[in-house]
Unconditional design. Structure first.
Lengths: 511, 136
């Protein structure tokens, strides 16, 4: 029972080592990574299963008792996040196989990239992500953030093209600033309470005399996690860097990395900084409204598919933060449901855009066209996540928006409801733009007309298609059977809203 | 670089530095030192050799690819963390053997971890040095 909590952190390291030792042989790396990702997937499922059956699982690393050592905690929320990570890891493992075939000249990933350790780095990044989800210690969370970020820096810049280096430079700079804020916040918090264990902090933070100072510290955390989650007005680095790497890396970044920031925001603002909700959570509510609106406006003005999608990440982050800001069980459950839906849908849209680039020849929607004639099935595969993102019933996006909006209506926050619905409409607009331009209009003719058209399931594309279909199926499953997904999210929210259980389990020495 | 003094001195310094790095590694358990510093000193020995004789020569006397050292070191570190699980304790629990060896002291998972750090640092810095010198 102890081992399963630590397994999602340790396993990717083992897998990273295996793929690293197969450095010379790309094909073996691919196979090892695929098999490993499948085991990784099973670990994630097992963890959530155990947590649902047995409640919160804790292991005290190094056998040091709770407030002194580092606790590794798996509650429902973190297990959900871990499960989504491993699902994404599996999808990316499938997708990467064919997206790196050297026989293609419109290859979105050079062979050089694989030689320089794409798979090992990817796995180390998963280790960092899972570590951030599972740790019960704030400073340890900082360390996992660094593990995740350093791998992501290298993944972003592996090809070393000018565009990539420019994007990476912005990304590195803003993340270093964010890390500095994180450290300052951690330092202040330790000075105020004398502990960094999150469960212990949740108890001790109320005993601090200077509560105004606690709010100041909360703002430090809001800024640092806000930068990572790309909320308004700290989002500018995201559209500047996410479109530069190959699509499989963009997809995992778009799906997972910002959500680590959202996860951390939800974690600290439900567990630790709940002393002055009137101030902090109202501020977050304003931020969420601006994030949604500005993000979607940014998307409306773009023509590169990857940039449109990047701006949409920002606007969707707004909905999740809005769930946190409303701070009712339904709202938090909605936010968690939103995260589940969003990671899968968003990553899938990036993967589809990679396939569009390969088949249509460009990421720029103005240059491709007529795909609905040549690849009708690809059109369907695009429509599922796209309409889901916009919130068309009965797809998964509809339910997640419904829960968040319903929570806002319960609180009579009509303005934010108005913004949320308006943003949904604008999202639909920009998804329609991609649809009209890339799929519906006639092929402008330069890209793919003369060539022999390879099929969607031709040998070099089949793995990409399989990954896309897999994620689209999950989207449909969430859409048509939201009940079990919502129950799990609801349970996670209940745990978050009543942190006493979490605190007792971590501090009580139950192992 | 063609310097007779440097290349002659390096021949003597290389084994001494390597030996010293192991000394620092073991000393690090109770006193200043440790795997990180030890690994740096060991890679310094090869850095000197690379400067004196060039990358091709240094590669010849270098036993294995630097990546092998990184992989081995990481596996050591990982394994030292997982040892606790095998005896039914939480992961990363420090374990000490009963028998005290003359120089090493008791065998322990922290020592194994430190050797892992030594190998990773050694492998990583030599691979950096080789790559940078190749670019020249």
């Amino acid at each position: 029972m102890n081992a399963i909590v630590i397994a999602p952190i340790v396993f990717p390291l083992i897998l990273g080592l295996i793929t690293l030792s197969l450095w010379q042989n790309r094909r073996l790396q691919e196979i090892a990574n695929l098999i490993g990702s499948f085991i990784f997937l099973l670990i994630g499922v097992l963890l959530l299963y155990q947590v649902l059956n047995e409640g919160i699982l804790v292991t005290q690393a190094g056998n040091w008792a709770a407030p002194f050592g580092i606790s590794i905690v798996a509650d429902t929320f973190s297990s959900i996040m871990v499960l989504i990570t491993v699902v994404m890891a599996f999808a990316i493992a499938i997708y990467s196989i064919s997206s790196m075939r050297k026989s293609r000249h419109i290859c979105d990933m050079t062979n050089k990239r694989q030689q320089f350790g794409y798979y090992p780095l990817l796995n180390i990044m998963y280790m960092g992500i899972n570590g951030a989800f599972l740790t019960g210690d704030l400073f340890n969370m900082y360390v996992w953030f660094e593990v995740m970020l350093i791998s992501s820096f290298i993944l972003l810049s592996l090809d070393g093209t000018k565009l990539q280096l420019e994007g990476t430079f912005k990304y590195v700079t803003i993340n270093l600033i964010s890390s500095a804020f994180f450290l300052i916040g951690v330092g202040f918090l330790y000075g105020l309470t004398g502990t960094l264990n999150m469960a212990d902090l949740a108890v001790k933070i109320h005993e601090v005399e200077n509560q105004a100072m606690v709010t100041v510290v909360a703002m430090f955390f809001l800024i640092c996690f806000g930068i990572k989650a790309a909320v308004f007005p700290l989002f500018f680095w995201l559209p500047a860097s996410y479109h530069t790497p190959p699509i499989s890396i963009s997809a995992i970044f778009a799906g997972m990395l910002t959500k680590v920031g959202v996860y951390s925001l939800i974690r600290v603002f439900t567990l630790i900084f709940i002393g002055d909700i009137g101030y902090t959570h109202t501020l977050i509510l304003w931020i969420s409204g601006f994030t949604m609106f500005v993000g979607v406006l940014g998307a409306a003005s773009q023509y590169d598919m990857r940039r449109i999608l990047s701006f949409h990440i920002i606007s969707q982050i707004g909905y999740m933060i809005m769930g946190l800001a409303l701070y009712t069980p339904l709202a938090i459950a909605g936010a968690i449901f939103y995260i589940m839906h969003h990671i899968i849908v968003k990553a899938n849209l990036f993967l589809v855009s990679g396939l569009v680039k390969r088949l249509g020849g460009s990421y720029d929607v103005r240059k491709v066209g007529g795909l609905v004639n040549t690849y009708p099935f690809l059109g369907v595969m695009f429509l599922i996540p796209a309409l889901s993102l916009a919130g068309i019933p009965p797809l998964s996006g509809f339910w997640s928006k419904l829960f968040v909006v319903k929570a806002a209506l319960d609180l009579h926050s009509y303005f934010i409801v108005f913004v949320a619905l308006l943003v949904g409409l604008l999202t639909l607009y920009s998804m329609t733009k991609i649809w009209n331009e890339a799929f519906w209009k006639n092929d402008p003719g330069k890209c793919s007309s003369e060539k022999q058209i390879p099929g969607l399931f031709a040998r070099q594309n089949v793995f990409m298609s399989v990954a896309i279909i897999m994620l689209a199926t999950i989207t449909l499953a969430i859409g048509f059977y939201p009940e079990p997904f919502f129950q799990v999210a609801d349970r996670a929210a209940t745990e978050l809203m009543n942190p006493q259980n979490y605190i007792n389990t971590v501090l009580g020495g139950v192992q | 670089m063609n310097s007779v003094i440097l290349s002659t001195a390096t021949r003597v310094l290389l084994p001494i530095l390597l030996l010293f790095s192991v000394f620092i590694l073991i000393r690090g358990h109770q006193e200043p030192g440790g795997g990180f510093v030890g690994g740096l000193i060991a890679s310094m020995a090869f850095a000197l050799y690379t400067i004196a004789h060039g990358v091709a020569h240094a590669r010849q006397i270098f036993p294995l690819s630097p990546t092998v050292f990184i992989i081995t070191g990481l596996s050591f570190a990982l394994f030292s963390g997982l040892m606790g699980l095998f005896v039914g304790l939480p992961a990363f629990t420090g374990l000490w053997g009963a028998y005290e060896f003359p120089v090493l002291g008791p065998l322990s998972t922290p020592l194994l971890f430190d050797i892992g750090v030594y190998l990773v640092v050694f492998g990583a810095s030599t691979s950096i040095i080789f790559t940078l010198k190749l670019k020249e």
